[in-house]
Structures are given as structure tokens and as C-alpha cells.
Design a protein around this ligand. Structure first.
Ligand SMILES: Nc1ncnc2c1ncn2[C@@H]1O[C@H](COP(=O)(O)OP(=O)(O)O)[C@@H](O)[C@H]1O
Ligand SMILES: [Mg+2]
Length: 304
């Protein structure tokens, strides 16, 4: 775990009460002096905090940007990064693009290992483990906060310790125990000083000789690139996609390919897009009237 610089440490103090809180899932500042926190047991609640002034929030964000080699100013008012030391995903938008002048959200991830038995029965787990061993390509689909990254981490633990893994994420959420790995980070908002594109990363990944590639999230920008990777011999790769149903995930993949310029009928594009995806696992989060959260998953074998 990297230590924080003294400057960042000092500026982060305004968030310390929330970062220390138990059972926290999300810390969201909708506007200066108003923070909303989501906890696992109580859902959302609002706290007024006069320490969270616009000036302090902007100063913190600027330091975060500088220390992670990203731009953040009037021309680049959006910042997305991993909070140093904590590795929590942080998103900021400021200026005229947000009515309140400043908004921030931090996804607090606990490094608790959730066992596969939290989603699947014994038989399914056995089948899933052998799919992973057989180098099947797996896509985890779900809405925001449905458990995509959490399940991806649980699947990642099943990968052989000798496999060489290359990951590409926009913030450090994957917990990689396999020693032979390289973790690549791509700025989601393109605000990195180096301005690296997905295409740049994909070309690099191919030459890093991975046994398996793990992609944080495939979206309109990188679906076609991901398919290129898995269609060129990188099976056994995993990725997540934002969709509410398995059907929705398939449509999203096809649409993303079409937007990336793939020609041909919808069926032809779907055939290419899905030819190397073996499993889609749809995850879901359910909240009951007492605010208790439960998680579920459904597996579809795509080309079975
Ligand atoms: N099976 C599960 N059991 C308990 N908590 C879970 C489970 N799956 C996800 N969570 C929790 O739900 C929250 C959101 O999960 P996450 O994987 O970050 O969602 P997503 O990547 O889909 O946005 C996290 O706090 C995570 O620990
Ligand atoms: Mg996620």
C-alpha cells in the first residue's frame, strides 16, 4: 500500500470521517457542504458538513489530479481516478456542467473476499471452476452496484497461480493474487496527461504476452477492441459490461460493435461478437423493505 503525500494527506482530512465509517458503500457529495453516504445496513443518508467548502473540495481534487498525472481545471472539469492508498474509485464533476458547482462520488470497496457460494450452488460452482480451467471467456453483466466487480474478483481467485495476467481498469478494483501480473490503468475520462487510447492499450497488451486478459468494463469505446483480443487467441479472458439483462448485454455488445464501424447484418455482427464469448453471468442486487441487500447471479452459456 503506497503512502499518501503529506499534502494529499492534509487535504484528505475533510473526508476522513466518512472514509473511516463502518459498512460504507458510497460517499457522495452532491454539493459543497452536503454529503450523502450509503451503508450496507441503512441505505442512503444525508449529512450537512460545513468543512466541505467548494474551495477545499476543489483544492483536494486538484492535488489528486496532479498526483495521478491527470488534468483538472476549467477546461477539464471531469476527473475519474483511484483514490491513492485506499484504491477506491473516485469521480468528480465541477463547474458549469453540474448545477451545484461540484459533485463527487467515492465507491468504497471492501477487500472482503466474497465466496462463489454467495451466488451459486455447489454444482454450479464446480461447473464454473472447470469452465475457468478450460479457459472459457466470461462476461459479467449487471447494473450499477449489482456486484460485477465483486464477482469478477471471486472468479479471478479461481485462476491458476501460474497464469500470467494482464488487467486493464479505470481504477484499481481488481484484487490480483497471482504473482505474474501487470496492472494497466486507463483514464475513463481521457483526462490523463499521456492521452492513451484503448487502441494503444490493446496493442500493448498483445505484446505483453498475457495468458489471460481482464478488462474492468467493456463499453462503447472498447468492446470492439476486447473482441479483437479474444478473437486473436486470448481465450480465458474476463470482462464486465453494464446491462440489466443477459439479452441487454448481448444487444449492447452488438450495438457497440456497430458503433465501432462493424459492417454487416445484425445477425452477422452478433455472430462475430459472440463467437468467442462462452459465458455471460448476469448479476443482480435486490433490496427489501428493511433495506437488506441480497445478490443473485444467472449463468448463460452463449454458444451451447
Ligand atoms: N454477493 C455479494 N454479497 C455481499 N456483498 C456484495 C455481493 N456482491 C457485491 N456486494 C457488495 O455490493 C457493492 C457493489 O458491488 P460492486 O461489485 O462494486 O458492483 P458493480 O461493480 O456492479 O458496480 C460492494 O460494496 C460489494 O461489496
Ligand atoms: Mg464495478
Amino acid at each position: 500500500m503506497k503512502n499518501l503525500s503529506a499534502l494529499l494527506s492534509k487535504n484528505l482530512e475533510i473526508l476522513a470521517p466518512y472514509l473511516k465509517k463502518k459498512n460504507i458503500v458510497e460517499i457522495s457529495i452532491n454539493k459543497p457542504q452536503e454529503v450523502w453516504i450509503e451503508t450496507t445496513n441503512k441505505g442512503w443518508s444525508c449529512i450537512k458538513d460545513k468543512n466541505l467548502t467548494h474551495a477545499r473540495l476543489m483544492s483536494l481534487t486538484k492535488i489528486l489530479a496532479t498526483e495521478s498525472h491527470q488534468d483538472f481545471d476549467e477546461e477539464t472539469p471531469i476527473l475519474s481516478l483511484s483514490l491513492p492508498k485506499y484504491n477506491y474509485r473516485l469521480q468528480v464533476i465541477s463547474g458549469a456542467a453540474v448545477d451545484s458547482g461540484f459533485a463527487l462520488s467515492i465507491r468504497v470497496t471492501t477487500e472482503v473476499e466474497i465466496p462463489l457460494s454467495s451466488w451459486f450452488d455447489k454444482t454450479t460452482i464446480k461447473a464454473l471452476k472447470s469452465h475457468i480451467k478450460d479457459r472459457k471467456t466470461i462476461l459479467v453483466s449487471g447494473g450499477t452496484g449489482s456486484g460485477k466487480t465483486t464477482l469478477l474478483n471471486s472468479l479471478l481467485r479461481e485462476i491458476d497461480n501460474n497464469d500470467r495476467i494482464v488487467t486493464l481498469e479505470d481504477s484499481k478494483e481488481l484484487i490480483i493474487k497471482q504473482p505474474n501480473h501487470i496492472r494497466l490503468l486507463k483514464s475513463k475520462t481521457g483526462t490523463d496527461v499521456a492521452k492513451l487510447t484503448y487502441k494503444d492499450f490493446i496493442n500493448v497488451i498483445m505484446r505483453l504476452r498475457p495468458d489471460r486478459i481482464l478488462l474492468g468494463e467493456i463499453d462503447v469505446e472498447n468492446t470492439a477492441n476486447f473482441l479483437r483480443l479474444i478473437n486473436t487467441g486470448h481465450d480465458g479472458s474476463f470482462a464486465t459490461i453494464h446491462a440489466n439483462t443477459i439479452k441487454g448485454a448481448i444487444s449492447a455488445i452488438v450495438l457497440n460493435c456497430q458503433l465501432a464501424g462493424f459492417q454487416g447484418t445484425e445477425d452477422a455482427v452478433a455472430k462475430y461478437a459472440l463467437s468467442h464469448i462462452d459465458l455471460i453471468i448476469q448479476v443482480d442486487r435486490h433490496i427489501d423493505e428493511n433495506n437488506n441487500r441480497t445478490f443473485s447471479a444467472e449463468i448463460k452459456e452463449v454458444n451451447a
